[in-house]
Design a protein around this ligand. Structure first.
Ligand code: NAP
Length: 285
C-alpha cells in the first residue's frame, strides 16, 4: 500500500504561492483573505487557526469577520457587502453551514465572483458543469484531484466512485473526474450499502466525502483501489480520522490518503493560491 501524503503536493503549491505573494508585495499589493465565520464551531475555529498561520507564512494578510451565532440573514448580507466593496480584500473563506434560518444559497450567491476563491457561487460551480471555468473551483474537490495528479494516478478510462454528493466536494469532484475522462459513479446516503460495496469493488479510484466514520470498510476494497479520503471525523477517543476504516482498509488498497495528513493541507494550500491569484488579477499585476 502506498500512503498518499498531502504534504509534498501542498509544499509545491505553497512555494509558488509564496513567490507570487512576494512579487505582489514588492508592488505594494497585499494579498488579503477575509474569513467570515458565524458562531464558534470548534472545528471551524481549528481550521481557521491553521489557515491564519499558513496565510501569514506565505505573505497573505487575513481579515476576520466573526459574527454572533444569533446573526440573521440581513446581518450576514451586510457584512458580505462590506467585504465585496473593500478593494483591499481579494478572497473570502465563508464557513458553512450557516446557522438555521439563513438561506445559504442566497448568501453564497451574494459573494462577488472575483473574490470567490473557494468556488461556492453558482457562477463558479456552473463553470465546472459547462467546462467554461471562469472562476476558481472548490478547493477541497480540487485538492482531491491535485493529489491524484501529484502521485501520477491515471484517470482516463478508469472507473471512479465518488461517495457523497454535496456541492462542496461530491458533485464538483465528480465533474472534475469526468473532465479527466474517468467513468464516474456517485453514491450517497440513499445508495443501498450492497450497491455502494459493489461499485467500490469494481472501482479503480474511490473518493470518499461523507463525514461519516467507517463509510468505507474492508469489504468494499480488493487490492486495486486508490482511495482519497476527504472526510474529517473524530472517533470516540477524540482522534481525528477520515471516512475510511483506515486500519482495516489500508492493507487491501493500492494507495490511500491519511487523515490527518492528506487532503486537508492541500485544500488550504489551494485556498491561499487562489487568493494570491485573485489579488494578482484584481490589480492586473
Ligand atoms: P455534507 O454536505 O454533509 O455531505 C455529505 C454527503 O455524504 C451527502 O451527499 C450525503 O448523502 C453523503 N452521505 C452521508 N452518509 C453517507 C453514507 N453512509 N453512505 C454514503 N453517502 C453518505 O458534507 P461535505 O461538506 O461534502 O463534507 C464531507 C466530508 O468532507 C466532511 O467530513 C467534511 O468535514 C470533510 N471536508 C474536508 C475538507 C478537507 O479539506 N479535508 C474540506 C471540506 C470538507 P445525501 O446527499 O444523500 O445526504
Amino acid at each position: 500500500m502506498e500512503l498518499l501524503k498531502g504534504k509534498p503536493a501542498a509544499d509545491k503549491i505553497n512555494e509558488r504561492t509564496a513567490a507570487m505573494a512576494q512579487e505582489l508585495l514588492s508592488k505594494d499589493i497585499v494579498p488579503t483573505l477575509a474569513i467570515l465565520r458565524v458562531g464558534s464551531n470548534p472545528s471551524d475555529m481549528a481550521y481557521e487557526e491553521n489557515a491564519v498561520k499558513k496565510a501569514k507564512s506565505l505573505g497573505i494578510h487575513v481579515e476576520k469577520y466573526i459574527m454572533d451565532i444569533k446573526s440573521d440573514e440581513s446581518d450576514v448580507l451586510d457584512v458580505l457587502k462590506i467585504i465585496n466593496d473593500d478593494e483591499n480584500i481579494h478572497g473570502v473563506l465563508m464557513f458553512r453551514p450557516l446557522p438555521k434560518g439563513i438561506d445559504e444559497d442566497r448568501v453564497r450567491n451574494h459573494l462577488s465572483p472575483a473574490k470567490d476563491v473557494d468556488g461556492i457561487t453558482d457562477a463558479a460551480l456552473g463553470g465546472l458543469f459547462t467546462g467554461n471555468m471562469g472562476g476558481f473551483p472548490p478547493c477541497t474537490a480540487e485538492a482531491a484531484m491535485t493529489i491524484l495528479k501529484f502521485y501520477g494516478i491515471e484517470l482516463a478510462g478508469k472507473k471512479a466512485v465518488v461517495i457523497g454528493r454535496s456541492l462542496v466536494v461530491g458533485k464538483p469532484v465528480a465533474m472534475m473526474l469526468m473532465a479527466e475522462n474517468a467513468t464516474v459513479t456517485v453514491c450517497h446516503s440513499r445508495t443501498p450499502k450492497e450497491d455502494l460495496q459493489a461499485s467500490c469493488l469494481d472501482a479503480d479510484i474511490i473518493i470518499c466525502a461523507t463525514g461519516k466514520l467507517n463509510t468505507l470498510t474492508e469489504d468494499c476494497v480488493n487490492g486495486k483501489q486508490v482511495v482519497i479520503d476527504v472526510g474529517i471525523n473524530f472517533d470516540e477517543e477524540g482522534k481525528m480520522c477520515g471516512d475510511a476504516d483506515f486500519e482495516a482498509v489500508k492493507e487491501e488498497v493500492k494507495a490511500i490518503t491519511p487523515v490527518p495528513g492528506g487532503v486537508g493541507g492541500v485544500t488550504t494550500a489551494l485556498l491561499m493560491h487562489h487568493t494570491v491569484a485573485a489579488a494578482k488579477a484584481s490589480h492586473n499585476a
